[in-house]
Design a binder for this molecule. Structure first.
Ligand code: 1GP
Length: 244
């Protein structure tokens, strides 16, 4: 099954985001095993800035320890690895930095083609979380103000009209303030494509509210690095919202 088809499923889903240079090999193995046992839907791998050459090895360990599809969530053109299943081909549509809208894509397209990775056209939208995050700084772009749900909805609609297949709204890794349910509800009501939500999600209760508000896939990174066993609690919530 294509990875995009997995995102298109009507059920709510959970993605665990793994930063490939933050943890030890044993920790990658542990998190992948737990995610597999819990029934996690996707493992996202990437970061705004990687400082070691561990991407390929990290993915290999993840794949040795579970059968969950591994999806690259690249911060830049160096984060392409052929042993993943797919890559979010991110266009940063909340910003006005041409490199993040199309420039990096031109550079990376031939490598992605050669790799055989499935490229998933994704409209990536940063939402302000009260302070600069790694991704706003590294992308040299301004996030959408958190109280401007109309701007967020129009941006998502434009992305969908341009043919992007997913919309990913992100408050940024480690955000103090998550994206509001009100914004999620409003954006979800404006588009047909799946809505992915991440940034600063630290409890199953928050995840549940976001799923009920309209998120199709929830992405959690930091919180699981410190509390991998909580993956089970989040998956319980996903199943509950799905009526399972
Ligand atoms: C960041 O949406 C992801 O791009 C996940 O954020 O690490 O804060 O969970 P956290």
């Amino acid at each position: 099954m294509k990875t995009l088809d997995r995102f298109l499923k009507p059920q709510k889903q959970l993605a665990v985001l793994i930063d490939p240079d933050k943890l030890s090999d044993n920790q990658y193995a542990e998190i992948s095993k737990i995610a597999g046992e819990a029934g996690v839907n996707f493992l996202f791998v990437g970061g705004s800035l990687l400082t070691s050459d561990t991407l390929f090895r990290c993915i290999r360990i993840l794949k040795e320890n579970s059968n969950i599809p591994v999806v690259l969530f690249p911060g830049n053109t160096y984060q392409i690895s052929r042993n993943a299943d797919a890559i979010l081909f991110l266009s940063l549509i909340s910003g006005r930095n041409p490199d993040m809208l199309i420039g990096m894509h031109v550079i990376s397209a031939p490598y992605i083609k050669l790799s055989g990775l499935e490229a998933i056209p994704t409209g990536y939208m940063l939402i302000d979380s009260g302070k600069p995050t790694s991704v706003t700084y590294m992308s040299n772009s301004m996030p959408i103000p958190r109280d401007k749900k109309d701007i967020a909805a129009c941006t998502a609609m434009a992305g969908e009209m341009l043919g992007l297949r997913l919309i990913y709204m992100d408050a940024g890794s480690g955000a103090d303030v998550t994206i509001s349910e009100e914004m999620i509800r409003f954006v979800k009501g404006s588009i047909e494509v799946p809505l992915v939500i991440g940034g600063g999600i630290k409890s199953p209760e928050i995840a549940e509210k976001m799923l009920i508000a309209g998120a199709d896939t929830i992405v959690v990174g930091n919180h699981f690095e410190k509390n991998p066993k909580e993956i089970f609690d989040f998956m319980d919530v996903v199943r509950k919202v799905n009526g399972q």
